[in-house]
Write a protein that binds this ligand. Structure first.
Ligand SMILES: Cc1cc2nc3c(=O)[nH]c(=O)nc-3n(C[C@H](O)[C@H](O)[C@H](O)COP(=O)(O)OP(=O)(O)OC[C@H]3O[C@@H](n4cnc5c(N)ncnc54)[C@H](O)[C@@H]3O)c2cc1C
Length: 373
């Protein structure tokens, strides 16, 4: 039920904003900040349906990474090698932008390194053979060789893994909270609990309507809703993909430290203090093409078995918590950043690397909006 507005509230809702951003994840917050910094007098509002955060930005695994050999090889099967290298460049530079905007201490950023592990010997040997190729391709970007073979023990995978010393970890909730504080301190209005439903345009001004019948007027709109975009713009090539995640209770003398990638990056695990976080495996089921939160016994069983049989072998532990998050994916890899009609912009489809590229995508989108008529 819509509660009648006061005179003051009504005046607020009747204001015409210069930019209304739908979605307060990494992309929406970064775009709003970049726009406001370039045009300090602009009136910018962010409309977010969650009360804390409902998107991938606060439900992800907190890896600061840019691709494992297995993932890059897999991408190179369907994409020109130049574009795969370009993607790594974008992620690497994106992580630089993230860390330039959010102090490491504010998001508990730590450099941990990352390991790609393999179950299958042939798969490991094929990946190991391509290390030199990828090191040569990435040296101009990273400045040095990235990947090297390293032994791993204590887990039930191939005894050798592929190590990348330049990976790190962060607390994504803290990162987003920092961006919220920044945005508010720079004069951006953030309204939570606003589930945008539709919009219409009259005299060059959009009237945005939420599910509780509030209206907001804005000259421009940026849709930064990632995996939830289909409900607002069904023609775009962006679909939801759910990822389920578990975290254990604290484990006495947990030996595993750092980031781990498995199955071409579709499965990932890391330590969080003295707990173990494990997630992914959406490839085992077609029920994960959804924007509904929740768990399925299929994925839970698969991840639980993996944890027991390959990761925390000979160790006692309890699973503390399960959750899920929604990615935005599509037939093509890489984000969609464009104006789809005059004044209406999108920056969506961040895939599984939005921690790395989200800030850059938001900034790029803001520049596009600033340069538009
Ligand atoms: C489980 C999981 C693990 C991941 N792990 C990593 C990782 O370790 N490293 C990495 O780089 N990336 C990771 N990712 C990907 C990364 O989290 C995302 O790519 C990134 O957060 C996307 O940011 P975004 O701002 O585009 O979208 P989101 O963070 O999804 O933000 C979109 C926002 O729009 C809001 N919204 C949607 N519809 C509406 C509406 N109608 N009205 C108002 N608001 C709306 C949502 O509530 C949401 O807050 C992971 C993702 C998941 C799900």
């Amino acid at each position: 039920m819509k509660i009648p507005l006061s005179f003051w509230e009504d005046s607020f809702f009747n204001e015409i904003f210069d930019l209304a951003v739908v979605g307060a994840g990494f992309v929406g917050l970064s775009a709003a900040l970049e726009y406001k910094r370039s045009l300090p007098q602009a009136k910018v509002i962010i409309l977010e349906k969650g009360i804390v955060g409902q998107g991938a930005s606060t439900k992800n695994a907190g890896f600061s990474c840019f691709g494992s050999v297995g993932e890059l090889e897999d991408d190179a099967l369907t994409n020109p090698i130049d574009s795969v290298v370009e993607t790594v460049k974008r992620r690497w530079e994106g992580l630089g932008i993230l860390r330039a905007n959010i102090p490491d201490t504010e998001m508990d950023y730590i450099e941990t390194g990352g390991w790609e592990v393999f179950q299958d010997k042939d798969e490991y040997e094929a990946a190991a053979l391509s290390i030199e190729k990828w090191n040569n391709l990435l040296r101009p970007i990273i400045g040095k060789g990235v990947f090297q073979v390293q032994a791993i023990d204590k887990m039930n995978f191939q005894p050798m893994s592929i190590y990348n010393p330049y990976e790190g970890q962060l607390n994504p909730m803290k990162a987003i909270q920092y961006l919220y504080r920044k945005a508010i301190s720079e004069g951006i209005i953030i309204l939570k609990g606003i589930d945008v439903d539709t919009w219409s345009k009259k005299n060059d001004v959009f009237e945005v309507l939420d599910r509780d019948s509030h209206t907001f007027c804005s000259k421009k709109i940026l849709v930064a809703t990632n995996g939830f975009t289909g409900r607002l713009l069904s023609d775009l090539d962006v679909k939801p993909a759910r990822n389920q995640v578990l975290v254990t209770k604290p484990i006495h003398e947990l030996q595993i430290r750092g980031n781990y990638h498995y199955k071409k990056g579709y499965i990932y695990f890391r330590h969080v203090d003295n707990r173990l976080l494990l997630g992914g495996a959406r490839f085992i089921s077609d029920k994960e093409n959804t924007s509904s939160y929740g768990q399925t016994s299929e994925i839970q069983e698969y991840l639980s078995n993996l944890l027991k049989e390959r990761i925390l072998i000979d160790q006692s532990y309890d699973i503390d918590q399960w959750w899920s998050g929604i990615l935005g994916v599509g037939n093509a890899k890489g984000p969609i950043v464009k104006e789809i009609e005059r004044g209406l912009f999108v920056a969506v489809r961040l895939g599984g690397m939005g921690v790395a590229i989200g800030m850059e995508v938001g900034q790029k989108s803001a520049q596009q909006i600033l340069n538009s008529k």
